[in-house]
Design a protein around this ligand. Structure first.
Ligand SMILES: Nc1nc(=O)c2c([nH]1)NC[C@@H]1CN(c3ccc(C(=O)N[C@@H](CCC(=O)O)C(=O)O)cc3)CN21
Ligand SMILES: O=c1ccn([C@H]2C[C@H](O)[C@@H](COP(=O)(O)O)O2)c(=O)[nH]1
Length: 264
């Protein structure tokens, strides 16, 4: 995860002060990319302890198409609480766009099933895309998608994934997002009988909130540990049949967690 620590340094060095929607204030750079080889280890941050449970349950929740936080709450995950209404609803956020994008004449498009079918039947396609930026539905969402699109690529029996973020909370959000897309890539690769290739992240407004600066500096004093490995204990029948218990993160050794306030 040297790339992530380099990115933190980049924002510290080159970031300009910028006000933001939440009123917190940030330092920010525009347009960055990172690349990691998933075969070399699972990109779970080691310079602070990450709450793996939140990451895994959030991804399973996206894949199920759910947009109510009840499932997360029932599993002890609170990361979406601040954005939900009294009934726990977030509007037509990620899960809804991934699984039930509204098409023509009442048609409903399941982008996840489609992309897996395409990877299996036409791996060389350059159209393995899933998009969450549904312009017509942005106003219904508690928060417009931050990771708004991802693309798969198959070559030499390996599956790579590139995901796009328009806005990046580099200290709190990004470590979750990297682990989440790495996990998704492993799952899709398993379903399609492929090995894992690269994970590529692209960021637009890449920022550090002003109330995360001390935490970032503390983190940069720490020496990373070797990356853990992901073990998936069985091959479920489909991408929608994975359970929390199917995943084991082997040898995750990390420095202690670092608390930071989330900008709402
Ligand atoms: N400002 C902001 N940053 C984000 O990263 C973010 C949002 N808003 N809104 C929507 C989701 C929610 N996400 C979140 C929300 C909270 C944490 C957080 O508090 N993380 C802590 C505790 C982890 C836990 O309880 O599982 C951490 O130390 O990582 C992380 C990502 C990612 N997204
Ligand atoms: O998965 C996520 C979701 C959200 N974020 C961050 C990026 C920004 O700091 C906020 C969203 O605020 P906007 O004003 O809508 O840009 O949440 C993230 O990093 N990862």
């Amino acid at each position: 995860m040297k790339a992530y620590l380099d990115l933190l340094n980049d924002v510290l060095e080159n970031g300009v002060q910028k006000q933001d929607r939440t009123g917190t204030g940030t330092i920010s750079v525009f347009g960055r990319q990172m690349r990691m080889n998933l075969a070399e280890g699972f990109p779970l941050l080691t310079t602070k302890k990450l709450h793996i449970k939140s990451i895994v349950h959030e991804l399973l929740w996206f894949l199920s198409g759910d947009t109510n936080i009840k499932y997360l709450r029932d599993n002890g995950v609170t990361i979406w609480d601040e954005w939900a209404d009294e009934e726990g609803n977030l509007g037509r956020v990620y899960g809804a766009q991934w699984r039930t994008w509204p098409g023509q004449n009442g048609q409903v498009i399941d982008q996840i099933s489609n992309v897996i079918h395409q990877i299996k039947t036409n791996p060389d396609s350059r159209r393995h895309l899933v998009n969450a930026w549904n312009v017509a539905e942005i106003d219904t969402m508690a928060l417009p998608p931050c990771h708004y699109a991802f693309q798969f690529y198959v070559a030499e029996g390996k599956l790579s994934c590139m995901f796009q973020m328009r806005s990046v909370d580099t200290f709190l959000g990004l470590p979750f997002n990297l682990a989440s897309y790495a996990l998704l890539t492993h799952m899709v690769a398993q379903q399609c009988d492929l090995e894992v290739g690269d994970l590529i992240w692209t960021g637009g407004d890449v920022h550090i909130y002003l109330n995360h600066l001390e935490q970032v500096k503390l983190q940069l004093t720490r020496e990373p540990y070797p990356l853990p490995q992901l073990r998936i204990k069985r091959k479920p029948d489909s991408i929608f049949d994975y359970q929390f218990e199917d995943f084991e993160f082997v040898n995750y050794q990390s420095h202690p967690g670092i608390k930071a306030p989330i900008a709402v």
